[in-house]
Write a protein that binds this ligand. Structure first.
Ligand SMILES: Nc1ncnc2c1ncn2[C@@H]1O[C@H](COP(=O)(O)OP(=O)(O)OP(=O)(O)O)[C@@H](O)[C@H]1O
Ligand SMILES: [Mg+2]
Length: 366
């Protein structure tokens, strides 16, 4: 069992002069894989370090397994932390690096051996046990760092950008390995990253943070399909969601969305909430992948636009088209077999069912 509960936790530095986390409440379930994402400086590492006990809490309560841990030192929290920098002991072999914490605990030699071999097997680093860290690749080192955490049998794994030193291919591989590791260990994982692909692929639930505030805490699907506000909508998904100024109008008894000379009927599921915005400007949000070209629009495309392809990027199966609407640049990610050249006029289709709407003032989803 390892639940983690923040109740109105605040964190400030410099004797209260700098508030990094104003008021955080968050409940992480037992065995859950939770990812913290957000821009640099938003307080992800600080949150993780408070769980580990490496950072004091300025006010509020932090519980691990229903036990108030505000005053419990890191070594008594039964938590293991893995850092971006690996922090391996360079003069020790892989085996000794992994055995070190257990030796300090005076665990019998045969038990240590059992634990180290168990972790080495799961992580596939058995062939390197006698090597020093400098003779390992980045990915292998990161696995040793994970192994060192695993042998201690912690209740909670905290990982702070563990993959950011690795190249793209290795990162993808390690991503899958950590997911498998979580399934095997059946413990709570809290993982920090600013890579939203990592967050989306690994997490049971994602915490989207901005300036020490939780914008949304939900499953990857929910964040993608129902972002709570423009910040979350812009943060989750790549390329970023397009935000377009649009007006809601009532025409012949029908609710319509008008923008840059185009219009479409408000989908039924949104009519009730958008009625309040008649004759007002809202932000229309369309993900690039929800804009289709003539080649794959099918029946769904009910709002067509003719745009000028300012830039066209072929990314393999898909092409990113950059185009302008009312002086603002937007992106469509379309499937097409043919090469689209710069300056070409392209017909694009928006499927209203996939349209998001945001309040221009509060930035909250409508
Ligand atoms: N010891 C400290 N004293 C003063 N300010 C600090 C201290 N540690 C962190 N901060 C500030 O707290 C804020 C949050 O830092 P934190 O390291 O948690 O961000 P982060 O979300 O992990 O960012 P990154 O993605 O860059 O790692 C930053 O503005 C940082 O400057
Ligand atoms: Mg950080």
């Amino acid at each position: 069992m390892a639940t983690i509960r923040f109740i109105n936790v605040a964190k400030s530095f410099d004797n209260g002069k700098v508030t990094v986390i104003p008021d955080l409440s968050l409940e992480i379930a037992d065995k859950e894989f939770v990812v913290l994402v957000g821009p640099s400086g938003c307080g992800k590492s600080t949150t993780l370090r408070m769980i580990a006990g490496l950072e004091d809490i300025s006010s509020g309560e932090l519980y691990i397994d229903d036990k108030l841990v505000n005053k419990i030192p890191p070594k008594d929290r039964d938590i293991a932390m893995v850092f971006q920098s690996y922090a391996l002991y360079p003069h020790m072999t892989v085996y000794k690096n992994m055995a070190f914490a257990l030796k300090l605990k005076k665990m019998p030699k045969n038990e240590i051996d059992e634990k180290v071999m168990w972790a080495a097997k799961i992580l596939d680093i058995e062939p390197y046990l006698d090597r020093k860290p400098r003779a390992l690749s980045g990915g292998q080192r990161q696995r040793v760092a994970l192994g060192r955490a695993m042998v201690r049998n912690p209740k909670v794994f905290l990982l702070d950008e563990p993959l950011s030193n690795l190249d793209a291919k290795l990162r993808t591989e390690m991503r899958a390995q950590i997911t498998t590791l979580h399934q095997k260990l059946q413990t709570t994982f809290v993982y920090v990253t600013h890579d939203q692909t990592e967050a989306m692929t690994m997490a049971d639930r994602i915490v989207v943070m901005d300036k020490g505030i939780i914008r949304q805490f939900d499953t990857p699907q929910k964040l993608y399909n129902e972002p709570a506000d423009m910040f979350v909508a812009g943060f989750i998904g790549s390329p970023q969601m397009n935000f377009i100024d649009a007006k809601i109008i009532s025409e012949n008894g029908k609710l319509k969305v008008k923008f840059s000379g185009y219009s479409f009927e408000v989908p039924r599921k949104k009519t009730k909430s958008l009625e309040k915005y008649i004759d007002k400007t809202v932000i229309l949000g369309i993900r690039p992948e929800h804009i289709a070209s003539e080649d794959d629009a099918g029946e769904s495309g009910t709002c067509s636009m003719t745009v000028n392809a300012e830039i066209s990027e072929m990314t393999g199966s898909e092409t990113n088209i950059y185009f302008e609407l009312s002086g603002k640049r937007h992106i469509a990610r379309i499937k097409t077999e043919r090469k689209i050249s710069t300056g070409e006029s392209v017909k694009l289709f928006i499927d209203p069912e996939y349209a998001h709407f945001f309040d221009k003032e509060t930035t909250k989803a409508i």
